[in-house]
Design a protein around this ligand. Sequence first.
Ligand SMILES: CC(C)(COP(=O)(O)OP(=O)(O)OC[C@H]1O[C@@H](n2cnc3c(N)ncnc32)[C@H](O)[C@@H]1OP(=O)(O)O)[C@@H](O)C(=O)NCCC(=O)NCCS
Length: 336
Amino acid sequence: MQFTHIDANNDEQFDPWFGVLQRSEQSRDGEPAQGWHPDEWRARSIDETAPKVFHLYSYGPSRERPVAVGALEVTRDDNLAFIDGNLFVDPAERRRGYGSALLKELEASARELGRPTLVIFVIESSREIGTGPNRAFALHHGYRVAEENVRRDLEWPRPDDELNDLWDTWSPFATDYEIISWTNGTPEEFVEGRAHLSAIMPVETPHVDIDVEAEHWDAARVRLHEATTNQMGRDLLVAAARHRASGELVGYSELTVSREQPQTAYQWDTLVVRSHRGHRLGGLLKVTTMRLLEAGRYPTTKITTFNSMLNGPMIAVNEALGARIAGAMVAWRKDL
Ligand SMILES: CC(C)(COP(=O)(O)OP(=O)(O)OC[C@H]1O[C@@H](n2cnc3c(N)ncnc32)[C@H](O)[C@@H]1OP(=O)(O)O)[C@@H](O)C(=O)NCCC(=O)NCCS
C-alpha cells in the first residue's frame, strides 16, 4: 500500500481522490453529495504560499486507486500548535484497517509539519448524529471530542414578509449601528476593518478544547480570500455592522453560494465583537445577507450553517430565522 501526497493539478491523481470523498459523502447523506466541489478543493490545494493550503493524501495500492483519502490544512503563520484534517475511507473498503493505516500516516505527516496536535473534523448526517462510524473509530485511536457542532438548514426562500418582520423586531435594538452590505469585493474603506474582524474571529467564538489564537490578517489577505472564493466558483454575500459613533466595523456575516451549484448556500463566518453584543446585530447581519441572496435571484433551496453547541446566542438567531437541525460536525483531538 502507498501513502502519497497528491498533486491537486494532476487529474489522474485528483479525480480518484475526489471519488472516494464523494462516495463517502453520498453514503453518509443518502443522496448525491452537497459538500465541496472539485474546483473548491483544487482552488485551496494548489498555492503552497497561501496563508492556508490543503495537502491532499491518498492511501491505496496506487495513488490512482486509493481506498482511503485525507487532507491536512496547513497554515503558514496561524495556530501552529495544531493542524486540522479530514479522513474518508471508501464505503466499500471499510473495516479492513485502511482508516487506521491512513490515520497513522496523517499523524506522522502532522508531526513532520511540526504540529503537536491533530484535530479531525467529521460531518454527520441527520440520520447519524452522535452515532457515525467516527465515534467508535476515533475513540479506538485515542482521540477525544474537542468540539461538537450542530448543522442547521434553513429552507429558502422564506415566506413573504418574514425577513421584514424580523428586521422590524430587531432593528430598534441597533440604532447605534449602520448595516452595510456588498457582494464579492469588500469596499476599499472597509478592508482594514474586515481584516481585523477575521483575525479575531477564532478567539471571539466559543471553543471547548482547542486553544485557538487570533489569525494574521491584513488587507492583502482579505483580497486573497475574495480571489480564492471566486476561483472556487462562489459568490460572497457579505453584511457588516458599523458603529456610528466610532466609525468602526464591529461585526460581519458571510453567506456564500456556488454559481454552478447554487441549491445550497453556506453560511461562513458571523461575528459581532464582544463589546457590541446584545443589539441583535447577528440577526440583522444575517437578514441582510439573505436580502443579497434574494436580490441575486439565486435558485437556492436551503441555507446550511454550523454552530458550536456552546454558541447559545447564535443558535437562538438561527432558530428565530427558521433554521432546523440537519446534522452534526464533531472535532476529534489527539496530542501526538
Ligand atoms: C471512520 C472511518 C474512517 C473508519 O475507517 P475504517 O477503514 O472502516 O476503519 P478501520 O477498519 O481501520 O477500523 C479500526 C477500528 O475502528 C472501529 N470502527 C471503525 N468503524 C466502525 C464502525 N462502523 N462501528 C464500530 N466500530 C468501528 C473498530 O474498533 C475498528 O476495529 P475492528 O474492525 O477490528 O473492530 C470510516 O468509517 C469513514 O470514512 N467514515 C466517514 C468519514 C469519517 O468519519 N472520518 C473521520 C474519522 S475520525
